[in-house]
Design a protein around this ligand. Structure first.
Ligand SMILES: [Zn+2]
Length: 306
């Protein structure tokens, strides 16, 4: 009997201590969660703000984005990776083309990777016109960045690399038709060769094109010796100037290959700006010797943010 009583009181005291334990446990977690909330709220807010920064409009607004030397942070549409721009910047898409020819010809010549079909190209140029875009020379873009002056809203720069003969046959008439200006990046030593423009054609194209140095032999300059860089850059500059009468002081790197050595030589030779193949529509005076370009393929320009 005594044993049973003692067992009952034992069981009661166990239930009591279990109750107390649960109460303490509840209080502990309440306090802990409150402290946690107070401590982390600022971080959560900061993170939320960061991920909700509106991505920049991809549409061409050529108004100056930053006049002071204050870094301008721009988040890409997916919020990553983050690119930082500094200096005086303009959002100007520089469109990069190579061959413009019928797709069937490109297939025969195994040039499809560098070809935009001529019909597609005409649609793209019509799109630019109907959407209020205007085309600028490479020189106008470089001058605007150097002088910190704006360009009209919806400005694009059309570039055509290497100097292929199909540019004369298929692109030139379309640019004339839509009143657009192109920029030819000429590898001067290749002119007159099979599949390349003749100097007489280049001269004809002066009405709608600005000419840019793209080396003499389409050489990759990133790791080249100084004497080779000098020869490639200066020979092309002189040949293009002799054949067109236009001053040549803008450059385009073959294969997008460049380094600080090439930039130093270009600047010593009086070049004011250069095109890379780094993608992007933001152009800044802080990287005027490595301006960004958008490689255009066979889809609508709407697909490239235009
Ligand atoms: Zn090229």
């Amino acid at each position: 009997m005594l044993k049973t009583k003692s067992k009952q009181s034992e069981s009661l005291s166990f239930q009591k201590s279990q109750k107390h334990f649960l109460i303490y446990w509840f209080i502990f977690w309440t306090i802990f969660l409150c402290v946690l909330g107070i401590f982390f709220t600022p971080f959560v807010k900061a993170f939320a703000l960061q991920t909700h920064v509106a991505p920049p409009s991809i549409k061409s607004t050529s108004a100056p984005l930053s006049k002071k030397l204050v870094p301008t942070k721009v988040l890409s549409a997916t919020s990553a990776p983050v690119q930082t721009y500094s200096g005086y910047c303009l959002r100007v898409p520089v469109l990069m083309y190579h061959h413009i020819q019928p797709w069937a010809d490109a297939q025969v010549k195994k040039q499809i990777s560098l070809t935009v079909d001529n019909g597609t190209f005409e649609n793209q140029m019509a799109y630019l016109q109907s959407h209020g875009y205007q085309s600028a020379t490479a020189k106008a873009l470089v001058d605007a960045l150097r002088n910190h002056s704006g360009l009209p809203a919806k400005t694009v720069v059309l570039t055509f690399d290497d100097g292929y003969r199909d540019n004369y046959t298929y692109a030139f008439p379309v640019l004339k038709k839509y009143g657009l200006t192109g920029n030819l990046l000429l590898a001067s030593g290749l002119m007159e060769g099979p599949d390349y423009l003749t100097w007489s054609q280049v001269s004809d194209m002066k009405s709608n094109y600005y000419f840019v140095d793209h080396t003499w032999s389409h050489a990759s300059l990133g790791n080249a010796a100084a004497d080779k860089i000098h020869y490639e850059v200066e020979t092309a500059k002189n040949q293009i100037q002799d054949h067109t009468g236009q001053t040549v002081d803008i450059f385009g790197y073959p294969y997008g290959s460049f380094g600080s050595g090439v930039i130093s030589i270009l600047q010593a030779d009086g070049f004011l700006g250069a095109f890379s193949t780094i993608p992007g529509t933001m152009q800044c005076d802080s990287f005027i010797m490595a301006l960004h370009r958008t490689r255009i393929g066979n889809s609508s320009l709407a697909g490239y943010g235009l």
